[in-house]
Design a protein around this ligand. Structure first.
Ligand code: KG4
Ligand code: ZN
Length: 348
């Protein structure tokens, strides 16, 4: 079975073809980062318009490169939410139209389920059940994944998502968008123990997160370091980036350790844009390795948004018997992962 995957939930147009026996046949990604960099964040209307420009040429390119014809395709999976409404609609209407024209099912996919399943794309990847840490620009979630579509929430951010905190602090420091990779690069030059940022909500029980206070802490630390002209030295910037990154990483590690103890699971899967962070990967592997927990994360290119994870999630659901009969083009910009159901015969 071959599934075409279409991801357009935010600022990346991602297309991929997934074969249930042979794996990934091809993929392409267009990142709008440069388009939005000027504004310091994603501008929804610009995002939608660019998806419109890119989506069909990218699909054509992926089909051609994989040597696939439309008649080879058995289903079209697309991100139906959560995400930007206009951006999602581009992917949804393209997918529905192609699926209708080709006479195959269209499969709405939850973006975060795509992230969650991305590590399973690899050979020797994890198997259900496991605990998942989903850390992206829009979400910070800990959940227990019992089986495909059965996700029990354990904790989430009560304010900013981890990636959002990286992006906001980077913006404050004038590093530009997206902030995560830029802060991570700067932190490499920072001295480890010059500043100590708080580890929010770790002094009380529970698995929720809060990252907005770290942003204020970073702002106050920056103010204290400014010279008479209001300037920060390169070393100050690097030291602040280091302290901020360590605080986010340590907080995530503490909560993950707790989640493993609480559930008794022995596998942790980390996914989403922030899972590309090298310090987070290393610290989690070290801290949980000591507890005999295996940590899995996707390869770098599958950490951030991509079409492969959507094609894969759609393929797993379709293989489990799910198919869509409705022709309605509907998206869910807000869609709690816990509302997701295991694969069902017919969906909307
Ligand atoms: O999953 P993703 O591509 O998009 C969403 O679904 O949100 O995640 C993007 C987020 C951004 O906030 C970005 O700053 C963050 O992931 N990110 C990182 C790193 N690479 C991307 N954060 C920390 N360290 C990184 N290396
Ligand atoms: Zn994402």
């Amino acid at each position: 079975m071959i599934i075409l995957g279409i991801e357009t939930s935010c600022d990346e147009t991602g297309i991929a073809l997934y074969h249930t026996d042979k794996g990934l046949l091809g993929q392409a990604l267009f990142s709008q980062v440069e388009l939005h960099a000027l504004y310091g964040g994603v501008v929804p209307e610009l995002a939608s318009r660019d998806h419109v420009r890119r989506v069909l040429p990218l699909i054509r390119q992926v089909l051609e490169e994989a040597g696939c014809q439309p008649e080879d395709i058995d289903g079209v999976a697309y991100t139906a939410g959560p995400g930007l409404a206009g951006a999602l609609l581009v992917g949804a209407s393209t997918a529905r139209a192609l699926a209708f024209g080709w006479g195959v099912p269209a499969l709405p996919v939850h973006h975060m389920e795509g992230h969650l399943l991305a590590p399973l794309l690899e050979e020797g990847g994890p198997q259900f059940p496991f605990v998942a840490l989903l850390v992206s620009g829009g979400h910070t979630l800990l959940l227990e994944a019992k089986s495909l579509g059965q996700y029990i929430p354990l904790g989430e951010s009560v304010d900013d998502a981890a990636g959002e905190a990286f992006d906001k602090v980077a913006k404050m420091m004038g590093l530009g968008y997206p902030g995560g990779p830029r802060i991570a690069a700067l932190a490499e030059k920072g001295k480890p123990a010059r500043f100590t940022f708080p580890r929010p909500m770790t002094d009380r029980p529970g698995l929720d997160f809060s990252f907005s206070g770290l942003k204020t802490f970073a702002m106050n630390t920056m103010s204290r370091c400014r010279d008479a002209d209001g300037k920060l030295s390169d070393q100050d910037m690097a030291d602040i980036a280091r302290a901020f990154e360590e605080a986010v990483v340590e907080t995530l590690v503490i909560k993950c350790r707790r989640a493993m103890e609480q559930t008794g699971q022995k596998t942790l899967v980390m996914a989403g844009g922030v899972s590309a962070n090298k310090r987070l990967r290393a610290r989690l592997a070290q801290a949980l390795g000591e507890k005999n927990v295996r940590v899995f994360y996707p390869r770098q290119e599958y950490c951030t948004d991509n079409g492969a994870m959507i094609a894969f999630a759609g393929a797993l659901r379709m293989a489990a018997g799910e198919h869509a009969e409705s022709l309605a083009i509907s998206v869910r910009p807000r869609w709690p992962l816990a509302e997701l159901q295991p694969p069902q015969g017919t969906i909307g």
